[in-house]
Design a protein around this ligand. Structure first.
Ligand SMILES: [Cu+2]
Length: 482
């Protein structure tokens, strides 16, 4: 997944210059081949059967240029039905990759040709929107660059994060929905807080206050950065005094994380693919499905620098190591301190670079995030049907959505087909980031605003895979324009 200046330059000397093939007018007519297939991954010394999503260069995912149409031939070489959502792009609804709302899932052996105008540069990703396949690692980076030239200025590296379990995710979901009062009705693993075993059968509906300690529904066997644990981490070669752009994707099914730069300081320059006024820090939040682009300057003296990814509510961690030539790489433990809950303290500071047209909000919709009691039924405004309409919009409207989390867990809320602007956190009005996922912590309110400019019936859901599959998904439906 490494994509450095060095590999690009090496690539340019070859006949198949894959990331940029599409910039040639001749080659642009050829769709990028993308394959879903099962693969074997070794985790903690044990083999696991997981999904893979492989691009034309044999590596995970796709590297595209904004100027080129999104032409992708997706083939299902796995033994199960699947469908891939282009998370971060704003395609026409038919090509959004959500079963029922877009198209039927692809049966084993079937393929589909996607072809639409791509309007969204940035660090995006793609993942299955079928069942719990995302938990089985059916996800990959989807990087769209504005120009090929940008690559020559700065070294880049893409990191895709996962939470990993050897268990069948359907079994985990069955345990969660099976009642008994505790969400995590499975064996605890070392390093997890005992909060997950708390009986919170009294937590349903409005009773979330005081249960803010409930952070994780699932006890994982490992956390992965580019498929690896800290027992055998990826070591990224960097230059002394050089600048590295890390494109980090939280592809976890159910784990909000912190990015911890340790001894380095970085600048967050984009969230969910959209530029923000740079924010300098050493620790950054990254909720499920969010992306962060970090600009990091490597010290002139060189060395080895772990970049850690720390899921909230557990001491377990994963990471990569940035190392200059000749630096000794020490082993980093897979356990640190228990990471606190991911919050919105930094979100308050984000200011988007792109400005939306100066127009008034047409309408404000209230959206209650509900449920999560002993029955593990979640909902939006109390509705738990995956295709229930939460509210309708007309093309051309500017809609504000005020999301109130009435539950004891935080929810990373994702709207398909659009970007929204974070305009208020609680009562604090901000000129916030443009995003497609925002975290709404327990008992808090986040207000976003979006322009209804892409007709269809669009999924709006919590990106926590077990919440989504237990009711926290609905739709926003366009009615014909007035
Ligand atoms: Cu949720």
């Amino acid at each position: 997944m490494q994509f450095s200046r060095r590999t690009v330059i090496a690539g340019l000397t070859g006949a198949a210059v894959l990331p940029f093939a599409a910039s040639s007018p001749v080659v642009a007519q050829v769709p990028h081949q993308l394959r879903v297939a099962k693969r074997t991954l070794e985790v903690n010394g044990k083999a696991a059967s997981v999904y893979g999503l492989t691009g034309p260069d044999g590596k995970p995912g796709l590297n595209l240029l904004l100027q080129d149409p999104f032409k992708v031939n997706l083939r299902n070489d796995s033994d199960a039905e699947t469908l891939i959502h282009w998370h971060g792009l704003t395609p026409p609804i038919e090509q959004d990759g959500v079963p029922m709302l877009s198209q039927d899932p692809l049966k084993p052996g079937q393929f589909y040709d996607y072809d639409f105008v791509n309007r969204r540069a940035g660090t995006h990703w793609m993942h299955s929107h079928v069942g719990l396949q995302e938990q089985q690692l059916l996800a990959a980076p989807l990087i769209v660059r504005e120009t090929a030239e940008a690559l020559f200025d700065t070294q880049e590296h893409v990191v895709l994060l996962h939470d990993f379990t050897f268990r069948d995710p359907q079994e985990i979901l069955a345990e969660l929905t099976g009642g008994g009062g505790a969400h995590a009705g499975h064996a605890m693993t070392p390093g997890d807080t005992n909060m997950a075993t708390m009986d919170h059968s009294k937590m349903g509906g409005m009773g979330g206050a005081g249960m803010a300690g409930m952070l994780n529904d699932v006890a994982y066997d490992a956390y992965l950065a580019n498929d690896r644990t800290l027992d055998d981490p990826e070591v990224v070669a960097v230059e002394k005094g050089g600048v590295l752009r890390l494109r980090i994707i939280n592809g976890a099914a159910a784990s909000n994380m912190w990015i911890d730069l340790g001894g380095l300081e970085g600048e967050l320059i984009a969230v969910d693919g959209n530029a923000i006024v740079p924010v300098a820090d050493k620790i950054f939040p990254l909720a499920i499905a969010q992306r962060a682009d970090l600009r990091i300057r490597i010290p002139k003296d060189g060395g080895a620098f772990p970049v850690l990814f720390r899921p909230e509510g557990t001491a377990r961690q994963t990471g990569i190591i940035l190392a200059t030539a000749g630096a000794g790489v020490a082993r980093v433990s897979g356990e640190g301190d228990v990471a606190p809950a991911v919050d919105l303290v930094q979100e308050l500071k984000y200011r988007s670079v792109a400005k939306l047209p100066n127009e008034p909000v047409t309408r404000t919709e209230m959206l209650m995030l509900t449920g999560g009691g002993a029955d593990y039924v979640w909902g939006l405004n109390g509705k738990s049907g995956m295709h229930d309409t939460i509210f309708s919009v007309r093309e051309g409207e500017r809609i504000a959505v005020m999301m109130h989390n009435m539950t004891g867990m935080s929810h990373p809320m994702h709207l398909h087909g659009h970007y929204f602007k974070v305009v208020a956190i609680g009562n604090t009005v901000i000129d916030g980031a443009l995003r497609d996922v925002v975290l709404v912590p327990p008992m808090q309110t986040v207000t976003v605003m979006f322009d209804a400019d892409n007709p269809g019936t669009w999924a709006f859901h919590c990106h926590h895979a077990y919440h989504m599959n237990s009711g926290m998904m609905g739709t926003i439906a366009y009615t014909s324009a007035a």
